[in-house]
Design a protein around this ligand. Structure first.
Ligand SMILES: Cc1cc2nc3c(=O)[nH]c(=O)nc-3n(C[C@H](O)[C@H](O)[C@H](O)COP(=O)(O)OP(=O)(O)OC[C@H]3O[C@@H](n4cnc5c(N)ncnc54)[C@H](O)[C@@H]3O)c2cc1C
Length: 392
């Protein structure tokens, strides 16, 4: 959506295809990072964005047993918004698509599911998609795969996937929120249980981390045991877990960390999770996907506008974004191994804080480092594409 917006704003004809009828998908994260807010500032959209309902997190932390530790402090970042904004991603996507639709070059087709690539003389010439009116072909000088971690486009392109492995899955559910509940969005650890709670005003969006493939065993233990587990790790939810009436209230989201060896072939480029699926750890996948989009627009807008041959330019996007992708995935894999897997295996109360967390507690200045990694990421991108038409 962001790449479509930037290209249309620069004057390139764009068609965005979305398989669902709306953006109301439950599995999306809610985090809009300081780097993304800075891009909105550069685009002149920040004020309008901040008028939409959101929450601002200047710091984030975790609670281990009953000890809370702030692990990232965004208040010192060299950007306009020194916080993470929390906004359900469907609201963010609606905001971007509304902003894009003032440009006549931008077209959005909902309920249009890409099923195949059109390949002619070994070059991708567009896609075939299932629409409410039947199968339709969309031909294009360039096709972008931005269809997430189960990408159809990358499969159809035959891209080789390097699987980095993820030892966790996530159970995703809603539990109502009360005014007396704690405010902040926090990761909570206790007795081998790990829960992330996202404040969505009248309810908590809960992400309960489990070992990969562990859901059938949890189901076998029964719903009362599962509810009790949640109440152990988040005692303020006591009594309300009964809102989880049956297993259909709890969605299993499988976590993957992988990347394709080559992000492009003639006529086609993959970006975001389609090129490199991210774990929820650190809440950075949305940021990375958006940064890919900005880099792709910066590199490709001019040749697309000139109708120049594009294939020789595509590898430059991967070249630019490989470093931030590899290093971010490296941290995620490290966090899986060093923190999350041991945390899931530790049933007894902790005797003392893990070394790194103890450092964050003792020396607040150190919290600026994770704030930079999470809030800005590595190699933050800036808008270099023009606003060439009368849209606004
Ligand atoms: C449980 C979980 C929680 C997460 N929480 C966070 C978080 O809080 N913060 C964060 O930064 N990251 C989070 N992540 C990672 C983040 O969700 C991804 O890295 C990010 O969404 C990638 O963005 P994307 O645009 O590449 O793909 P997606 O957000 O997956 O978007 C892909 C889009 O393509 C559409 N689509 C798919 N297939 C087709 C098709 N065939 N035809 C047409 N359209 C199609 C989908 O409907 C979707 O709209 C989380 C991941 C998981 C698994």
């Amino acid at each position: 959506m962001i790449l479509g917006f930037l290209l249309a704003r620069a004057g390139v004809e764009v068609v965005v295809l979305e398989k669902h009828a709306d953006f109301l998908r439950d599995f999306r994260g809610d985090t809009i990072h300081p780097s993304t807010l800075e891009l909105l500032y550069e685009l002149g959209l920040l004020d309008r964005f901040l008028q939409r309902h959101h929450q601002e997190l200047p710091q984030v932390g975790v609670v281990i047993d009953d000890i809370s530790v702030t692990v990232a402090d965004f208040r010192h970042l060299p950007v306009h918004c020194k916080f993470i904004a929390l906004m359900p991603q469907w609201d963010f996507l609606n905001f971007i698509s509304e902003s894009a639709q003032v440009y006549p070059q931008f077209k959005l087709h909902m309920e249009t599911e890409v099923t195949d690539l059109i390949i002619e003389s070994d070059r991708v010439a567009g896609v075939r998609a299932k629409t409410p009116g039947g199968i339709r072909e969309f031909r294009a000088a360039l096709t972008i795969g931005a269809d997430g971690r189960h990408s159809t486009v990358r499969k159809q392109a035959g891209f080789e996937v390097i699987d980095l492995g993820a030892p966790i899955d996530v159970l995703w559910m809603r539990i109502s929120r009360q005014p007396s509940d704690p405010h902040q969005t926090l990761g909570r650890f206790r007795a081998g249980k790990l829960l992330v709670t996202l404040d969505r005003d009248d309810y908590w969006q809960c992400a309960y981390i489990i070992p990969k493939g562990g859901f059938p065993a949890i189901q076998q233990n029964g719903l009362p045991a599962f509810r009790a587990g949640i109440e152990t790790v988040a005692p303020f939810l006591r009594g309300r877990t009964a809102e989880l009436r049956d297993w259909s209230d709890i969605k299993l989201l499988s976590v993957a960390v992988d990347r394709v060896r080559h992000w492009s072939r003639a006529g086609l480029l993959c970006i975001g999770d389609s090129a490199h699926a991210m774990s929820p750890v650190g809440g950075v996948g949305i940021n990375l996907a958006i940064q890919d989009a900005v880099a792709a627009a910066n590199i490709l807008a001019q040749p697309l506008l000139r109708h120049a041959p594009i294939d020789a330019e595509l590898h430059r996007v991967q070249e630019r974004r490989t470093f931030p992708t590899r290093i971010t995935q490296g941290f995620q894999v490290f966090a899986h191994k060093r923190f999350i897997r041991p945390a899931l295996a530790t049933k007894a109360p902790i005797k003392r804080l893990p070394f790194l967390l103890a450092l964050f507690k003792r020396f607040p200045i150190l919290r600026r480092l994770p704030a930079r990694m999470i809030g800005l990421g590595f190699r933050p991108e800036h808008i270099h594409t023009p606003n060439t038409n009368s849209g606004r």
